[in-house]
Design a protein around this ligand. Structure first.
Ligand code: MLT
Length: 314
């Protein structure tokens, strides 16, 4: 019945409008951004809905302790921080906001491509430091070059569409049938191997799972052409970072919005960040005012729908 008051726990920093909207729906919200795992295990039993971003790891243990949990809501796209199989087995509903940040992520990807192709990162630092670096770092044009899009989902396709406007040729690969989309966007569907060996720019837009973990390992990195650009705005673990370090000399540059550890902590990650050919941003693909607003709307809509199902069946 609608008289039941559901309780939600939000464990990551989130647009506060989400709290207001959930409260308006009659959900009692506790907002504990940054809560530690041990504390979460202690209190999760008090809640029907758990709302997370990527920081909170929703492990089997969290799910087991959450005896009243009905819904896990991920404010974002990637579900790699949630034990999805186990949650579904326990009868929980998982909702996310898969559409909200598509163009923000695609625009950031394009930004990283442009920054690296023109060595903007080096010029910007020099000029800030009072050095007029004209002629010091040459760039390359993207026009006429080949972009390889690994993962032709919403974000990959949006990137392809933008790249077309730059006059790039598009190659695409995915584990699902993408022929319809490829045709719409004028992209050629090829194998991952062919894509890596033919692309001037390789951009990654895959979900993180067992198949994509270290997908760009040393063997695959070897296939990538000299002077190519690699951009990763998906998940850090998709690239074997240590292997990537050995290829930096022959690549044009690398743009990463994601790392294997966020924030970075290992020596090899610091080495990567400090390298002049590497541009790293702190996982900001979805961090626009526009996307954050849409994430709230999309997530609230999906939570509402899930709650209706719980009310009707549970
Ligand atoms: C996502 O999967 O939604 C993005 O990587 C952004 C985030 O993790 O917050």
């Amino acid at each position: 019945e609608s008289g039941i008051q559901y309780r939600a726990l939000i464990t990551d920093k989130i647009d506060e409008r989400l709290i207001n909207k959930l409260s308006e729906m009659g959900v009692a919200v506790d907002y504990k951004p940054g809560i530690q795992h041990e504390e979460l295990l202690k209190i999760v039993e008090n809640y029907d809905i758990l709302v997370v971003r990527s920081r909170t790891k929703v492990t089997r243990e969290v799910i087991d302790r959450g005896a009243s949990l009905k819904i896990i809501a991920r404010a974002g796209v990637g579900l790699d921080n949630i034990d999805v199989d186990y949650a579904l087995k326990r009868g929980l509903t998982i909702v996310n906001s898969p559409n909200a940040a598509t163009y923000s992520a695609a625009e950031l990807t394009l930004s990283l491509m442009l920054i690296i192709s023109r060595n903007l990162h080096l010029h910007l630092i020099d000029v800030k430091n009072g050095k007029w670096s004209k002629g010091l770092y040459h760039g390359i044009e993207l026009r006429g070059k080949t972009l390889g899009v690994v993962g032709f989902g919403r974000i990959g396709r949006a990137v392809a569409n933008y790249a077309k406007a730059l006059g790039m040729r598009i190659l695409a690969t995915d584990v699902v049938d993408i022929s319809r989309y490829a045709e719409e966007l004028g992209a050629s569907v090829v194998s991952l191997t062919e894509l890596l060996s033919r692309s001037d720019v390789v951009t990654l837009h895959v979900a993180l799972n067992k198949e994509t973990y270290h997908m760009l390992n040393d063997d695959r990195l070897k296939l990538i052409k000299d002077n190519a650009i690699i951009v990763n705005t998906s998940r850090g673990e998709v690239i074997d970072t240590k292997a990537l370090l050995n290829h930096l000399d022959r690549l044009w540059g690398v743009g990463l919005d994601v790392l294997e550890h966020e924030p970075p902590r290992e020596d090899w990650e610091i080495k990567l960040i400090q390298h002049p050919k590497v541009v790293v941003t702190p996982h900001i693909g979805a961090e626009t005012i526009d996307a954050q607003g849409r994430i709230v709307d999309e997530l609230v809509f999906n939570i509402q729908e899930a709650l209706e199902r719980v009310r009707n069946h549970g």
